[in-house]
Design a binder for this molecule. Structure first.
Ligand SMILES: CC(C)(COP(=O)(O)OP(=O)(O)OC[C@H]1O[C@@H](n2cnc3c(N)ncnc32)[C@H](O)[C@@H]1OP(=O)(O)O)[C@@H](O)C(=O)NCCC(=O)NCCS
Length: 202
């Protein structure tokens, strides 16, 4: 697969294909309590979020078809006594369902983490499958005393230091791009977006 897969930066002409890919990938997700797929909406919001990182907005192509994508945004950890540590967060990560398990997701994650290191970014916080991300070096964010924004912990909340020691004394609450909150809580905006999305679906 890697022999003929190309990873490159997303361009505006990819937007529709990437949103369709994101929807298709996340429609395969079957988690308890999950009521609908909204990650394609999140992607559309992230691109115009002030915390979005365009240099880490990658797509994977096979034979000219977009088969994978990954988005990054800035995030931070806010300490209870004051002070904060800058971090980055990736997601959504999407791979075309027909090509799951062929190494595309891993290639996108490794490629983008390497680029993030070259950009001197220091640590990554994500919500993701606890069975998948440890292979890239992720460990529970709780090990660093980092919690979600509401102070709670979660198995799916994971951290990776790109620069060793970055998170050693960084314990506090995670704050991520506003796009995540809008995606989760603005039902009206989601429904308007999703109606448009479905009407353009081939
Ligand atoms: C998760 C996803 C990005 C992985 O990409 P991929 O190209 O299919 O994965 P890779 O081929 O690089 O890696 C395959 C490995 O990931 C594991 N994996 C895939 N999805 C997993 C999941 N939900 N939980 C745990 N492990 C998972 C596979 O079991 C396989 O493990 P193995 O190497 O030990 O056999 C892709 O399956 C996808 O788009 N899923 C739907 C959307 C999604 O869940 N996105 C991530 C949200 S955190």
């Amino acid at each position: 697969m890697k022999n003929y897969m190309n990873i490159r930066i997303e361009t505006s002409s990819d937007y529709a294909a990437v949103e369709r890919l994101t929807f298709a990938a996340f429609e395969t997700m079957n988690l308890p309590g999950r009521t609908h797929t909204s990650e394609h909406f999140l992607v559309s919001l992230l691109r115009s979020d002030p915390w979005f990182i365009p240099e880490l907005d990658f797509v994977a192509e096979v034979s000219g078809e977009i088969v994978g994508s990954i988005f990054y945004s800035h995030s931070k950890i806010v300490r209870p006594e004051g002070g904060e540590t800058g971090t980055i967060t990736f997601g959504p990560v999407s791979v075309a369902p027909k090509l799951h398990g062929r190494g595309i997701g891993s290639a996108l994650i490794r490629h983008s983490l390497e680029r993030a290191r070259q950009m001197y970014l220091r640590a990554v916080l994500i919500m993701g499958h606890p069975g998948y991300y440890p292979r890239f070096g992720f460990t529970g964010a709780a090990n660093f005393g980092i919690t979600l924004a509401d102070g709670a912990g979660h198995d799916a909340f994971m951290a990776l230091e790109l620069v060793p020691g970055t998170l050693t004394a960084a314990g506090g609450r995670w704050q991520c791009a506003k796009a995540f909150d809008i995606c989760e809580n603005n039902t009206e905006a989601f429904e308007a977006y999703h109606r448009r999305f479905l009407s353009n679906f081939p």
